[in-house]
Design a protein around this ligand. Structure first.
Ligand code: PLP
Length: 389
């Protein structure tokens, strides 16, 4: 099997699994208890907090552990609204993850949402953000990098605009953290979400950065864990794993890890562009995450391509979601102004530091062969094809 779907999730790093293993075994104490077993768990959680903080240039006390990126995103929005009862307007982009868009929409009619449009390059215009901010704006939330296209938003510029306007700023860095340097230095980012399973920690653990002094209203209420900011007994093994994954990501990035990702991605993309006619990149190449290629291939429905490549043991994804037996074009591609046809022929290839050059070469051959087969079955037509056996 060759796994090139690292924006969906990643394999747990062996050093991460080793770091968490004792806390699945003999070190099972509750960090809120006072005897040595519990105290050791608390120390492990504190260590992890420092490791997460270190990766993003924050203070340990500014990190709150959560169950996932979705919880971090939901909590950021809920808190900004709870802390400012008179403000009921939110500014975001049309390409955010559902954890932002659907949570915000679910608060209607009590919350008015402005979704900033993006052109085909996938980036919001900072001037449009300035114009959208109103006296009743409670929060600006703009993702660091899009999970589908990999396009990075002008987050630091947007955060400065929000600060200037006196509005809180949150960024969903779930698909950026661990892949590129992500830092809260500069002080304009008030809240930031990240999720462990996107960079070699297990699923089920995330973090929310909360800048010191930012008012915060917890989403979950109960025990006083996380300094009263997130109730629920700490998931110690997962938290330890997230800390270790952050430490490894920081070290990787300090040693040019993002450039190594780009080399693998560019090798793959280069081979596909050399061999396939009618292949196009989606979004501005210069703003992409180094690990992501989001491509549309003329006259090749992504659903069919995924079936053929999957049969050869290659894991990649399409931008489209399969619902009730029919493929819906990606919301993100539509927001970028692309046709249904181009959206339905888009695929996402996302590498990680665990991929090898050999895997990339084999993956390219599998995709090239699958494209040729699909095209041979549907010459000159845009009608539906069925190649699944
Ligand atoms: N935000 C972005 C940009 C994502 O890519 C994802 C996951 O796909 C999430 C939020 C949700 O993260 P989690 O799966 O940890 O809930």
């Amino acid at each position: 099997m060759i796994y090139l779907d690292n924006n969906a999730t990643t394999r747990v790093h062996v050093a991460v699994a080793e770091a968490m293993a004792p806390y699945l075994g003999e070190e099972y104490g509750n960090p809120s208890t006072g005897y040595p077993l519990g105290r050791r768990s608390k120390e492990a959680v504190d260590r992890a907090r420092a490791q997460v903080a270190d990766m993003i240039g924050a203070l340990p006390g500014e990190i709150v552990f959560t169950s996932c990126g979705t919880e971090s995103d939901n909590a950021a929005i809920a808190s900004a609204l709870a802390a400012q009862p008179g403000k009921r307007h939110l500014v975001t982009s049309s390409v955010e993850h559902s954890a932002i868009i659907l949570f915000a929409k679910a608060l209607a009619p009590d919350l008015e949402v402005t979704e900033l449009p993006v052109p085909a390059n996938g980036r919001v215009d900072p001037d449009a953000l300035s114009a959208a901010i109103r006296p009743d704006t409670a929060l600006v939330t703009l993702m660091w990098a899009n999970n589908e296209t990999g396009i990075c938003q002008p987050v630091l510029e947007a955060a400065a605009i929000a600060r200037e306007a006196g509005v809180f700023f949150h960024t969903d860095a779930v698909n950026a953290a661990g892949k590129i340097p992500v830092s809260v230095a500069g002080g304009n980012i008030d809240m930031l979400s990240l999720s462990g399973h996107k960079f070699h920690a297990p699923k089920g653990v995330g973090a929310l950065y909360l800048r010191r002094g930012v008012p915060y209203q917890p989403l979950l209420t109960g025990g006083g864990q996380e300094d009263g900011r997130r109730a629920g007994t700490e998931a110690v093994p997962q938290i330890v794993a997230l800390g270790k994954a952050c430490e490894l990501a920081r070290e990787r990035l300090e040693n040019g890890g993002d450039e190594k990702l780009a080399e693998l991605r560019d090798l793959l993309e280069g081979r596909l562009f050399d061999a396939i006619e009618g292949i196009k990149r989606n979004g501005a190449a210069e703003y992409r995450l180094p690990n992501t290629a989001h491509l549309s291939i003329d006259n090749v429905p992504a659903g069919d391509l995924l079936i053929l490549t999957g049969e050869k043991g290659l894991c990649i994804s399409s931008g489209s979601a399969c619902s009730t037996g029919k493929r819906d074009p990606s919301r993100i591609m539509k927001a970028m102004g692309h046709s249904d046809e181009r959206a339905l022929s888009s695929i996402r290839l996302s590498v990680s530091s665990m991929n090898t050059i050999e895997e990339i070469m084999i993956a390219a051959d599998i995709i090239i062969a699958a494209v040729a087969k699909i095209r041979s079955l549907r010459p000159q037509t845009n009608g539906p094809v069925i190649v699944a056996q």
